[in-house]
Design a binder for this molecule. Structure first.
Ligand code: ADP
Ligand code: MG
Length: 257
């Protein structure tokens, strides 16, 4: 009998804050779980917004991704089961100190990859929520990942920095992780009534020569309400436009993974 395959690992990265990385990780994770997949999410941001939004208090969490990366705790020991049907490796504010500690270590970019390896056959898909930087933690995410998704709001200014991110991805591919692939740009915070947003959406794929995931995620107030109850909008606003869009993107991703 064939062994269970290793789960693909998707990193959602963009060194800009506020582009809907965390919202997309929570929503795609919930959509994958709805589709019957075993899902592991990893919060790699010291601000721990993903952890908080999934109903876990990052200030009182017993062990976090920090203990895995810095202390060598087995990753399986810090996994939480969340109401959304996903498993989570939580973050905590301690993670802010991890960059400095890891900098002094050999093979510092490979720590997360090694930690995830023993659990990869326990899941169908693993999704990493990156912090808004291109530091050691994000390099760990890109080194562990099989695919990177770049969430990007459909506004002119949100383009800035994407070139730098893609340069980093190219370097990681060359030196640290040959298997890394850019899955595509995920257009977020999309206002279909705005001509400008439509123009940006049409232009962005050819500008960076990358696939653009479809459909774009509409801007809706529903997203602001979800984190307060520890569930993603796939649960709190099941049939909202935003939830539907994330389900469609997730279905498209499952087809190609
Ligand atoms: P990042 O992780 O990139 O910093 P977040 O996912 O935390 O971004 O999102 C930033 C803010 O935008 C949050 O307040 C979130 O609730 C809001 N947001 C995300 N997606 C949408 C959307 N589709 N419509 C409206 N607000 C959104
Ligand atoms: Mg975030």
């Amino acid at each position: 009998m064939a062994r269970t395959p290793k789960a693909p690992i998707l990193a959602l990265a963009n060194q800009k804050g506020g582009v809907a990385k965390t919202t997309s990780v929570a929503s795609l994770g919930a959509a994958f779980a709805e589709a019957g997949k075993r899902v592991l999410l990893v919060d790699l941001d010291p601000q721990a917004c993903l952890t908080f939004s999934l109903g876990i208090d990052p200030d009182t969490v017993e062990a976090s991704v920090h203990d895995v990366l810095v202390g060598g705790t087995p990753l399986a020991d810090v996994v939480h089961e969340c109401d959304d049907g996903v498993h989570l490796v939580p973050s905590s504010i301690e993670l802010a100190g991890a960059e400095a500690v890891l900098l002094g270590r050999p093979a510092r970019e490979y720590v997360l990859q090694s930690a995830l390896d023993p659990v990869r056959r326990d899941y169908d898909v693993i999704v990493l929520d990156c912090s808004p930087s291109l530091g050691v933690l994000t390099l760990n995410a890109l080194t562990a990942a099989t695919g990177v998704i770049v969430p990007m709001p459909c506004e002119m200014l949100s383009h800035r920095g994407v070139g730098q991110l893609l340069d980093t991805v190219a370097d990681v591919k060359k030196i640290l992780n040959k298997k890394l692939r850019v899955v595509g740009i995920l257009p977020t915070l999309y206002d279909g009534r705005s001509t400008h947003a439509r123009e940006v959406l049409e232009d962005v794929g050819s500008r960076y020569d990358l696939p653009v995931l479809s459909p774009p995620i509409p801007k809706t107030v529903r997203f602001a309400e979800a984190p307060a109850v520890g569930r993603s909008i796939l649960a709190t606003a099941r049939s909202s436009k935003g939830a539907k869009a994330y389900r469609e993107v997730a279905a498209g991703l499952l087809e190609q993974l």
